[in-house]
Design a binder for this molecule. Structure first.
Ligand SMILES: Nc1nc2c(c(=O)[nH]1)N[C@H]1C(S)=C(S)[C@@H](COP(=O)(O)O)O[C@H]1N2
Ligand SMILES: [Mo]
Length: 554
């Protein structure tokens, strides 16, 4: 046993004698809690200030957004793959945990070693300010919520720490000469301790209560999205000027568990860098076409709705989708052809790209010739499956381009189109290791049966295998299924409304043998190209490879 473990050391014996009567050091419990209470106060005030400064300037959100922007491709892949659409919640939780640890540390430091708690808060505040002012859509004012919040937090922390130290002093002060003048010194000490304790606890309690009330109130007041939802609900979209999309019954096979041909809006995958859905009021919305053009164009939402709109079904796909993954969805979009809008602006001959920008500063680079192609319905979309765009899918206006991954084409909350050149401008994900151009790779997926399923063949002894396949803009011409190392066998294709959507397929597996089997699928497009078996990860330009699952026939 080490010598310092003996109760003979000065520190230990001193504390033992002072701790008589059950009195212990109150800072052990209360210093960390003081840190948390001060942090709550800081955040409540920051949220309140953020209300005035503007949505998006709230400290946790700007720090989160800063983290999102600095995430390397492999980590983005990992997060999307592991947490799916919950990746944002996980990130925000992570930030809250880090902040809570910092708050506890600040409470302990400021109580024990002032002013190190203050120093810690200043450092955390500096990070927050930096994150805020470097947001692409930030004004210098965005520093204000963090500055005011941290200022208030430091005040609370210092005041609380001083009171806590006073309480500690009286709680641990030695009881002098218990034999002389019985009762008096002891009760005097206790009275002082009680006063100090009360002074601290009232302060800490008031701080916490006020923080919760103020924080809660700012949250309620910031629920502007409710107001925006009402605005969205009141919008009546015009009918398309051209033919409406009519989905034939034959596009949807009657196989339970098969992905529907048209994805309902509330089941449509959502991918974007926005931690809080940007709130763009259609009354304030403007789209500007700028850059290498003869004529800059600006258009309002009402002007857009008054133009002849077309309806077109397009299947969106995320470049982060793994082979067999579900970051893909099909919708009927209503919008104005981008080629018509660009024609008004008259792009210069040396331009080859359109850099589209969203209200929250995100960008995508789309080849100009894809957008001006008379044979391709690239839309400035306002409607999705017969409704105004949902807030999370780009309300009030987004881009939809058949055949390109979303990260280079599908800008939500779009506010600017800059006609430019690939040599001169690089978009958001392309500065983070992803390819500048992103045509969608042909792919196919088995939805039924599920991977790992244990199957009992139907009355006829057969098993139905079904799924979807896509090769946007070229279109799917065939799908084949293979059992184990057998031959590729032709599946049946459902109907489709255009080459820009996926197609359902099904295949009847006749009298499968009992035991474990692998099922694989591959597609062929209308050019006769067969889906590659070469495996590629999502980064830098989309996954490839053959999807296969294991099943057991009982
Ligand atoms: N403003 C903005 N638009 C964006 C993105 C984004 O991060 N911000 N992500 C893009 C990506 S990567 C994809 S795959 C599609 C997804 O569109 P969805 O969420 O409507 O499915 O949106 C694109 N548009
Ligand atoms: Mo994406």
């Amino acid at each position: 046993m080490s010598p310092t473990a003996e109760p003979a050391s000065p520190g230990t014996s001193g504390r033992t004698s002072r701790g008589r009567g059950g009195r212990t050091d109150p800072t052990r419990l209360w210093a960390p809690l003081l840190g948390i209470a001060s942090a709550l106060g800081a955040f409540a005030v920051a949220e309140l200030v953020a209300l005035v400064v503007g949505s998006g300037s709230s400290p946790v959100l700007v720090v989160g957004a800063g983290v999102v922007d600095r995430v390397p491709p492999w980590l983005k892949d990992f997060a999307v793959e592991t947490f799916g659409t919950a990746d944002k919640t996980v990130l925000l939780l992570g930030i809250v945990v880090v902040l809570a640890v910092a708050a506890v540390a600040a409470g302990i430091l400021e109580t024990r070693r002032p002013p190190w708690g203050t120093v810690l808060l200043v450092v955390v505040g500096a990070v927050g300010v930096l994150a805020a002012v470097t947001r692409p859509d930030a004004t210098p004012l965005w520093a204000l919520p963090t500055v005011v919040g941290v200022g208030v937090g430091i005040m609370l922390l210092r005041t609380g720490a001083a009171r806590l130290r006073a309480w500690r002093g009286s709680a641990l002060s030695p009881v002098v000469a218990p034999t002389a003048e019985p009762e008096t010194p002891l009760s005097a000490t206790r009275r002082r301790e009680a006063l100090d304790r009360r002074s601290f606890l009232v302060f800490a309690g008031l701080t916490t209560a006020t923080a919760l009330v103020v924080g809660g109130a700012s949250r309620v007041l910031s629920a502007g999205s409710r107001a925006l939802t009402a605005v969205r609900d009141a919008i009546r979209l015009p009918a398309p000027a051209g033919p409406a999309v009519v989905v034939p019954a034959g596009a949807s096979l009657d196989v339970p568990g098969l992905t529907p041909y048209v994805t309902p809006n509330d089941e449509f995958y959502r991918i974007d860098t926005a931690l809080r859905v940007p709130e763009v009021n259609p009354d304030d919305w403007r789209l500007r076409v700028v850059g290498l053009v003869d004529q800059e164009v600006e258009i309002s939402f009402d002007e857009l709705l008054a133009l002849p709109l077309v309806e077109h079904a397009t299947t969106l796909t995320c470049v982060s989708n793994q082979v067999g993954g579900d970051l893909v969805g099909n919708a009927v979009w209503l919008g104005y052809p981008l080629r018509d809008l660009l024609a008004r602006a008259r792009p210069h001959a040396d331009a080859d790209m359109v850099l589209s920008r969203s209200a929250d500063g995100w960008t995508a680079s789309t080849p100009l010739d894809v957008l001006t192609d008379p044979g391709r319905e690239s839309l400035l979309a306002v409607g999705m499956n017969g409704e105004p765009l949902p807030l999370a899918h780009g309300f009030p206006v987004r881009m939809v381009v058949p055949g390109l991954y979303g990260y280079v084409s599908a800008t939500k909350w779009v506010v600017e189109l800059k006609v430019t050149r690939f040599a001169d401008d690089v978009a958001y994900w392309s500065t983070r290791g992803w390819s500048q151009r992103g045509p969608i790779k042909m792919s196919s997926r088995i939805d039924v049966p599920r991977s790992g399923a244990s199957l009992s063949p139907g009355a006829d002894g057969d098993v139905v295998v079904a799924g979807v396949a896509w090769s946007q803009h070229r279109g799917i011409a065939g799908v084949e299924v293979r059992v184990d190392e057998g031959e590729w066998e032709q599946a049946e294709l459902a109907e489709t409304v255009s080459a820009d959507t996926w197609r359902q397929w099904s295949w009847r597996w006749a009298s499968p043998e009992k035991g474990s089997h692998d099922l694989a699928v591959r597609a062929t497009d209308t050019d006769g190209t067969v889906q590659t078996s070469v495996k590629a990860p999502p980064a830098p330009d989309g996954s490839s490879g053959i999807y296969s699952i294991g099943v057991t026939v009982a």
